[in-house]
Design a protein around this ligand. Structure first.
Ligand code: ADP
Length: 615
């Protein structure tokens, strides 16, 4: 089965065919100069182009799809179509199946992306007409940044304006940032949810993203793709006062400013030789001062942002370079990554110079072997990322064919596990926890004792302690609790507390400042080896689970399977998750059994490599 990926710009279309199972490239077609009298079409790898004359998007796409289908062995094999859509506004935070209603919503977002969304939509409408029998999916450039915290997405305008949903920072290149972050994590043999990454997408358009534990928490583009880094023809950050000055003193209009900032500036404006860094580097080597300045300003801006993002995340595990410049320009990588030793990133100059990305090695490292922060280059592949999103949404792979035995669901309210040492610090020397009631997992109990948990913003006066004592302190809270306390905790399997935030605990006999240990528990199912055999899963599989609650049925992805002789079959979710499915409403105790029943729907092998540190 194959996925067709369409990237429809204002005057060009890129259409890729990908193998659904592997993401492997099958064919590509490029059309340029749509709307002009001399549009051309070219197959990947062929030098010659076909003249199309004057065509609009629909005509161009029809030609593309007809020719592509002719070239494929089995034209019926197109199982789905993915469309890149630049702006998903606040509404589209994930890929969606396209309906007429979704088309209308994309249309409404055109005011936010006047250059892109109308062209994207023209492509969607034409392709749905031409291939009416398959699913079409929209994948948004803004979606990955839906997790930007309020402090990062808000412009400091007067309050009413700052809260206008159309006047905020959205961020772009999300498909690429998410893709290279995932590939970098695989290269490092880690789960992206354990890493703090800075991804640098440096192409004609350029942006940086701080990817903390798998979520975008800051990015350099804003309301429009003009904010942030120096780009091929865009200024990136500039003092807004300069615009006022140009308008007042030099009679600039909005259109003229648009032209200046979006098309006449950046590398092209500074260098005077166009936006291709290869030309600029060649001239700079010959001593051209304009070109040298262009390179210096570009690199300086990226370095400035790297420093800022490292500060925001409190450290960084890897800095990942991608895009035409990030992947190919050793000179630019060198200028950006030199003297980052203070961040723990040590550049290996030889590796950087000799690095060549090959299709078999699409991620490579150019830091020294002992560099604490890794420097990586990753080949971005947005069309593959879109194809993967389409496959995930429309094709049910790895379906479990087993008997659908229901699994009991229990909701876990916030609770804490403590070491004996911590119990004694908080309650006094020699203190032993008093069991209050047994929990469903054998040997586990809720204790009579509670502790006060004090966060930067608020505190919880009585968080239940679960016994028996363990070898690690671990506070498990929901996302809502994180907001209340004022901290960001990663989603983790129990026992995996490395690099998690700490918190202050207060007991009757003393206080304890935990350096780490606050997590949002990764939803999971406990089962015995017999259960696992019955369901056809293994320990640490990640599965999808449908939860039936009567009136708010829900399918949970990313559910971790934990198998042990010690366990009893039960799915554990937190109060946010329980409420979303209308289970255990008002649950205040720990592990409240609910009326809900879960059914395994499929195994998702994508996250198979769960952090081995999990207990
Ligand atoms: P887009 O943002 O349009 O997708 P790309 O990611 O393809 O752009 O990046 C294009 C840019 O990458 C080119 O304009 C050029 O400046 C730069 N580039 C590509 N190859 C090299 C190279 N070998 N050395 C320096 N710069 C390069």
């Amino acid at each position: 089965m194959k996925i067709l990926v369409i990237n429809c710009g204002s005057s060009s279309i890129k259409a890729d065919v990908r193998e659904h199972a592997t993401g492997a490239f099958v064919a590509r077609m490029d059309i340029e100069r749509i709307g002009q009298p001399n549009a051309t079409l070219r197959f990947d790898g062929e030098d010659s182009t076909t003249d199309l004359g004057q065509v609009d998007h629909e005509q161009a796409l029809k030609k593309t799809i007809d020719l592509l289908l002719k070239r494929l062995d089995d034209p019926g094999a197109i199982a789905g179509v993915g469309h890149r859509v630049v702006h998903g506004g606040a509404r589209f935070t994930h890929p969606v199946r396209i309906t007429s209603e979704v088309e209308e919503a994309i249309d409404e977002l055109a005011s936010l992306a006047p250059l892109h969304n109308p062209a994207n939509l023209a492509g969607i409408r034409a392709a749905r007409k031409l291939l009416p029998d398959v699913d079409h999916v929209a994948v948004f450039d803004t979606a990955f940044h839906a997790t930007l915290p309020r402090r990062a997405r808000t412009y400091a305008l007067p309050y009413e304006m700052a809260n206008d949903p159309g006047l905020r920072r959205f961020g772009f290149h999300g498909i690429s940032h998410a893709y290279v972050a995932q590939r970098a994590a695989e290269f490092l043999d880690a789960d992206v949810r354990d890493l703090r990454l800075i991804t640098c997408h440096l192409g004609n358009g350029a942006s940086l993203c701080a990817v903390e534990f798998g979520r975008s928490i800051e990015t350099s583009m804003g309301l429009t793709p003009l904010e942030g880094l120096v780009m091929g023809t865009r200024t990136g950050d500039i003092d807004p006062g300069l615009l006022i000055h140009l308008m007042r003193e030099h009679g600039y209009t909005a259109d003229k400013l648009d032209e200046l900032l979006n098309r006449e500036s950046g590398l092209a404006g500074l260098s005077g030789v166009g936006n291709d860094l290869r030309d600029i580097e060649a001239r700079a080597a010959d001593g051209d001062d304009h070109c040298r300045l262009a390179i210096q300003v570009f690199a300086h801006r990226v370095r400035k942002y790297i420093g800022a993002y490292a500060a925001i995340m409190g450290g960084v595990d890897a800095i990942v370079f991608a895009g035409g410049i990030g992947e190919n320009s050793a000179l630019m990588r060198h200028r950006i990554a030199q003297r980052l030793d203070f961040l723990g990133a040590r550049l290996d100059e030889d590796r950087n110079r000799e690095l060549q990305l090959a299709s078999l090695q699409p991620v490579q490292m150019f830091s020294t072997p002992h560099s604490r922060t890794r420097l990586l280059v990753a080949r971005t592949d947005e069309s593959r990322a879109i194809a993967e999103a389409v496959s995930k949404l429309i094709l049910k792979s790895d379906e479990l064919t087993l008997d659908q035995r229901p699994i009991p669901v229990a909701v876990s309210a916030r609770h804490i596990h403590l070491t004996q040492e911590a119990v004694e610090t908080l309650f006094g020397p020699g203190y032993q926890l008093t069991p209050r009631n047994d929990l469903s997992q054998p040997g586990q109990f809720a204790a009579e004792e509670t502790v006060k948990v004090v966060g930067p913003k608020n505190e919880f006066p009585a968080v239940r302690i679960l016994g028996p004592t363990r070898s690690l302190n671990q506070l498990e809270i929901s996302r809502t609790d994180e907001f209340t306390l004022g901290i960001d905790a990663p989603v983790r399997a129990s026992g995996d507390v490395a690099n998690s935030p700490g918190i202050l605990l207060v007991g009757p006999a003393g206080q304890l400042k935990l350096e780490q240990g606050v997590i949002c528990a990764w939803r999971h199912i406990h089962m015995t080896p017999d259960d696992a055999e019955h369901f056809g899963v293994k320990d640490r599989d990640v599965v999808e689970v449908a939860v039936a609650s009567g009136d708010r049925d829900l399918v949970f992805g990313d559910v971790l399977v934990r198998v042990s002789e010690k366990y009893r079959l039960e799915m554990h979710i937190d109060t946010d998750e329980g409420n979303a499915a209308n289970l255990g409403r008002g649950a205040t105790g720990t592990l409240i059994s609910t009326e809900g029943r879960a059914q395994l729907r499929r195994r998702n092998t994508r996250y198979d490599a769960v952090n081995p540190a999990a207990e």
